[in-house]
Design a binder for this molecule. Structure first.
Ligand SMILES: [Zn+2]
Length: 335
């Protein structure tokens, strides 16, 4: 069969979480046991098709091959009983720095969701912080967007910067509750070409999407993703291509658990409550990295927003996962 889907896609990094690594199947021809090849490329992106009646036809299996006799097999993903929907918004932060005469690129991608029973309380507290920002900036900064809060020219000159950092610190404390799900991915790499930066970005974005999907469906939750629009209200083309690339992966079918995974939506950055939370997560984690690697005082750090899921590419390109308080800078970056 020839590959007929011509739409561009970006292949995700060759990663599977530990729980999938040992899954095996028996060959129907030679009867020997094989490990699932999670990188076996599929012919088509595994997309759901709207049904004429109600709901969707969803992909439930994927192509693989016996590692002994190369006989093609189809593997059916086990059902994951999904009962709830949860809205995740993603946001990014990036940094450029030099070390030992080399140029480095750092990228952080964060995703946030809020339990429905806590959402109005969080909204109320973030709104109070925004009212404080509006007063302090004399109306020039009215949304909790980390970049605006840290842009000097938007603020009165006589206002100490520490008061602005305090806004971000206080926002971290608001979201340091278990009802706010926080996923933070980060990686850094030496670069010479812009393509090197894009690779870091694409890999982290794809890894975070797959990780959150797998984590959520295992707990009966279907994540609905919303990502940032780039400039001029254009859709984020690279993000769409990453997601199409993910749909070629066996692990996508497995993590979907025979459920419809909706296409992501695109919104203006930090325009929703979840988007504001993701913005803070990415900004604070990137700032902490930046200050730590340059030996500066860290005035706001990732332990402030409480327990979160963290992952990062270490120097070998392996993804290190963990959850806890504070990004594991030493384990991932050795700093
Ligand atoms: Zn076989």
């Amino acid at each position: 069969m020839a590959k007929t889907d011509k739409r561009p896609f970006r292949r995700p990094p060759p990663l599977v979480s530990g729980s999938l690594d040992n899954i095996r199947f028996d060959c129907i021809l030679c009867r020997q046991s094989s490990r699932v090849n999670w990188y076996w490329p599929q012919w088509f992106p595994k997309e759901s098709i709207p049904s004429n009646h109600r709901g969707y036809w969803v992909p439930i299996d994927f192509q693989n091959q016996c590692e002994h006799c190369q006989f093609p097999v189809r593997i059916t993903a086990p059902l994951r009983d999904v009962k709830y929907r949860l809205n995740f918004h993603g946001d990014e932060a990036e940094r450029h720095f030099r070390k030992n005469e080399e140029r480095y690129y750092y990228y952080c991608y964060a995703l946030a969701a809020i339990s429905p029973n806590k959402r109005s309380k969080i909204l109320e507290e973030i709104t109070l912080l925004e009212q404080r920002a509006t007063q302090m900036s004399k109306g020039r900064v009215s949304t909790l967007h980390a970049k605006d809060i840290m842009t000097d020219k938007l603020w009165p000159h006589d206002l100490p910067k520490s008061l602005r950092v305090k806004l971000i610190r206080d926002a971290c404390k608001v979201i340091a509750v278990k009802e706010v799900s926080k996923f933070v991915f980060a990686g850094a790499a030496r670069w010479s070409l812009v393509a090197d930066q894009r690779r870091v970005r694409d890999e982290l974005f794809s890894a975070s999407f797959l990780y959150v999907l797998g984590f959520c469906t295992a707990q009966g939750i279907m994540p609905h993703f919303t990502f940032d629009l780039v400039k001029n209200n254009q859709k984020n083309g690279w993000a769409e291509e990453c997601i199409r690339g993910i749909r070629y992966q066996p692990s996508f079918v497995w993590y979907s658990g025979r459920n419809h995974v909706p296409e992501p939506e695109f919104a203006k950055g930090a325009s929703t409550l979840e988007g504001k939370v993701a913005d803070i997560l990415a900004y604070v984690t990137a700032r902490e990295f930046d200050k730590t690697q340059s030996g500066d005082f860290v005035d706001v750090d990732s332990s402030l927003f409480g327990k979160a899921h963290f992952a990062g590419f270490d120097g070998n390109g392996d993804l290190q996962y963990g959850s806890g308080k504070g990004f594991p800078l030493r384990r991932v970056f050795g700093i």
